[in-house]
Design a protein around this ligand. Structure first.
Ligand code: FMN
Length: 167
């Protein structure tokens, strides 16, 4: 394979500015297990394949939730709408874990990870394997259950702000 390096002008800042123009869903991703209950807001969530149903989630290992995602196998991807915008900011950092979870209602499914009540959609998952890339770990997640709230408006993160999208 040819060794291609980024062009000189592609700094971390240039990459981040580019990513600010790539719209994405806002997800509160949670876990529970031996590593403790934890969660963070993540836009780096993607479908891998529907056979078997698989998602990937990219988690910063240096975040306060990172350790729990490495130790636990349960993961729930909760996609949020305007009603959970403030909650997404709390899970976006600098807030103690207990306080993040105290601000919303949760249930649990087969994996044991917290499922956010009234999310737009929740994917309850078990981690099948992990792959490290730079600061982040990519979690490959087998989907165990899917809960959809039909008609709920969804939030899209674009240009560093939330935008509501309705059907
Ligand atoms: C809209 C948005 C999207 C984010 N996407 C990701 C992501 O995909 N992966 C990630 O590890 N962190 C992501 N973050 C950052 C984490 O939510 C946050 O840095 C994390 O909770 C670390 O903060 P803490 O160490 O104070 O807990 C995102 C934050 C926001 C506000």
């Amino acid at each position: 394979m040819t060794d291609l390096s980024p062009l000189d002008h592609v700094t971390r800042e240039v990459f981040r500015e580019g990513m600010a123009h790539l719209p994405g869903a806002v997800n509160i991703v949670t876990t529970d297990g031996p590593g403790g209950r934890a969660g963070l807001t993540a836009s780096a969530v993607c479908s891998v394949t529907d056979e078997p149903p698989t998602l990937l989630v990219c988690v910063n290992r240096g975040s306060s939730a990172g350790g729990a995602f490495l130790e636990n196998t349960s993961v729930c991807v909760n996609t949020v709408g305007p009603r959970h915008q403030d909650l997404a900011m709390l899970f976006g950092g600098r807030t103690p874990m207990q306080e993040r979870f105290d601000r919303a209602a949760w249930t649990t499914g087969p994996s044991g990870a917290p499922i956010l009540s009234e999310s737009v959609v929740s994917f309850d998952c078990r981690v099948s394997h992990r792959h490290e890339v730079g600061t982040h770990t990519v979690l490959f997640c087998d989907v165990l259950d899917v809960v959809v709230a039909t008609g709920e408006p969804v939030s899209v993160y674009y240009a560093r702000a939330f935008h509501a999208v309705s059907l």
